[in-house]
Design a binder for this molecule. Structure first.
Ligand SMILES: [Zn+2]
Ligand SMILES: [Zn+2]
Length: 494
């Protein structure tokens, strides 16, 4: 059941599953924050916005060609987010009514400029976003209430950023030279800052991403979004919620159970970054001095002594390498010694280092070795990480595990015993069934969930219920973990 936000109907475009409240944030210096008045179950949808204020398609010819400017369905190549062959005919006229009629004249005027590199500049997403925002305002198509929401957003930026200031100045000059708006330059400057401070990356679940082999992380950034209501959610390094997009629909979903009265938080940056990196980027890009519970614990991992020096050396080797990976032996021995020194698998940077080992082993075409590393990651390393992996990241790990099992099966190696062969086959069926359920829990009943169900039916056909037997799966997984030499995995984490 949907409920509107309790805010004088101000945010009527927001569909919330529980009553929400805007009030002073519990985080010092954060200003306003968004709170839930009722509990939200783990992985539950908290609110959705069907049509956010501004959604801009990602840069690049491929992205611009493949993605619908109205509904954000992408239909081509490895970036497929819809199974529809033809994009909806209505989208063209909807996009015209919704935004394009306001910006069309300005865009073609700019494109006609014979000046060098104009075409290249005008395809940049920040430029397109600002042009659209200003043109919509100029055409009187942004309701006053929403315009006030935008002007009320935070513009706080980290100090002393030459590169950022250069970009802000470029955008202001660009808008002025093509007379995009009648607004004062100071307002334009404020809007640029607002955009940089508040835009969200539009991560979309892919229909085929994780099934491709190698990489493919299961999600694609299809563009950027500026939506004042979503910007009310403050940052925490151990957030209780995360966002995703279904087409251009914004969704905020719970990572864990959120009790009534708690403030909603998301992480503005990658959740697995180091303390030092988080503190620096949060301060530089958002002016945030993060003092969340995770940051209060300070840096994880070694901070001085021989282990620290070896870590510094590994990081130097990473930077100097072509593929971002330090030599395999170096990394392996470092992990062994870190674990030997009492650090648990959730400690930064063990998760990153295991991924490096995986990439190196895979790049050598060693599928069996790669599967063994990924089993360790999926069942031991990732589950120990704190803060926990985001739900879509966990889902992508599962997809990767299934495709690695498939790759090893296809090799038909004589080195694989009958026992392991059986275990691989049952695990693949059981985990593929689990993938269908988890996809729906992660994103809701959207196209990607339907797609996974169809894939499962296609591969396993009738009698798919033979993969329902947890006892058999546990038995098989124990065989696989022994084969991969991964001891001490409790049955409950399988
Ligand atoms: Zn469309
Ligand atoms: Zn923090």
């Amino acid at each position: 059941m949907s409920q509107e936000v309790q805010d004088d109907g101000m945010f009527s475009r927001v569909q919330a599953t529980v009553p929400l409240q805007l009030r002073i944030s519990a985080i010092p210096g954060a200003g306003r924050g968004l709170f839930v008045s009722e509990a939200v179950p783990s992985r539950g949808l908290i609110f959705r916005i069907a049509k956010p204020l501004l959604c801009i398609v990602e840069d690049g010819k491929e992205a611009l060609r493949r993605t619908c400017d109205n509904c954000f369905a992408a239909r081509s190549g490895i970036y497929q987010t819809t199974s529809r062959k033809n994009l909806r005919a209505e989208c063209h006229s909807e996009a015209w009514e919704h935004h394009h009629k306001a910006e069309c004249a300005v865009l073609s005027r700019i494109r006609q400029d014979p000046q060098d590199r104009v075409e290249e500049r005008v395809t940049h997403k920040n430029v397109r976003l600002l042009i659209r925002l200003l043109c919509l305002h100029e055409a009187g198509m942004i309701p006053e209430q929403q315009w006030d929401e935008i002007l009320g957003l935070k513009t706080l930026m980290g100090a002393g950023q030459e590169e950022l200031e250069r970009q802000v100045q470029f955008l202001c000059d660009f808008m002025a030279s093509y007379e995009v708006t009648s607004l004062d330059e100071n307002v334009v400057r404020q809007l640029v800052h607002t955009h940089f401070n508040n835009n969200l990356i539009m991560d979309q679940p892919l229909l085929r991403g994780g099934l491709f082999y190698p990489p493919g992380n299961g999600c694609v950034a299809s563009g950027i979004c500026l939506e004042p209501f979503a910007s009310m959610v403050n940052h925490c390094c151990d957030p209780n919620s995360w966002w995703t997009f279904n087409g251009c629909e914004f969704q905020l979903r719970a990572i864990r159970e959120i009790p009534a009265g708690e403030e909603l938080t998301i992480s503005y940056i990658g959740i697995t970054e180091s303390f030092k990196f988080r503190q620096e980027i949060l301060l530089e890009d958002w002016g945030i001095n993060c003092a969340c519970l995770v940051c209060k614990q300070g840096p994880q991992g070694p901070t001085d002594g021989p282990l620290y020096e070896r870590l510094q050396n590994i990081q130097r080797l990473e930077r100097e390498s072509v593929d971002g990976c330090a030599p395999l032996n170096e990394v392996k021995h470092f992990i062994i010694d870190m674990v030997g020194a009492g650090y648990d698998f959730g400690t930064w940077p063990l998760r990153q280092l295991y991924r490096q080992i995986f990439c190196t082993v895979l790049s050598r075409g060693n599928f069996m070795g790669a599967l063994k590393v990924w089993l360790k990651l999926y069942y031991v390393v990732d589950v120990a990480s704190s803060p926990p992996q985001l739900p879509d990241d966990r889902l992508n790990s599962l997809k990767k595990l299934i495709s690695l099992i498939r790759a090893v099966q296809l090799m038909e190696s004589p080195l694989i015993t009958e026992d392991v062969k059986w275990a691989l086959s049952y695990a693949r069926g059981y985990l593929s069934r689990k993938l269908c359920e988890e996809t729906e829990k992660c994103f809701g009943d959207i196209e990607v969930a339907k797609f996974e169900k169809e894939q499962f039916q296609m591969v396993f056909g009738h009698g798919a219920e033979r993969f329902d037997d947890r006892a058999r799966y546990v038995q098989g997984m124990k065989v696989l973990l022994e084969w991969a030499r991964i001891p001490d995995v409790s049955e409950s984490s399988l």
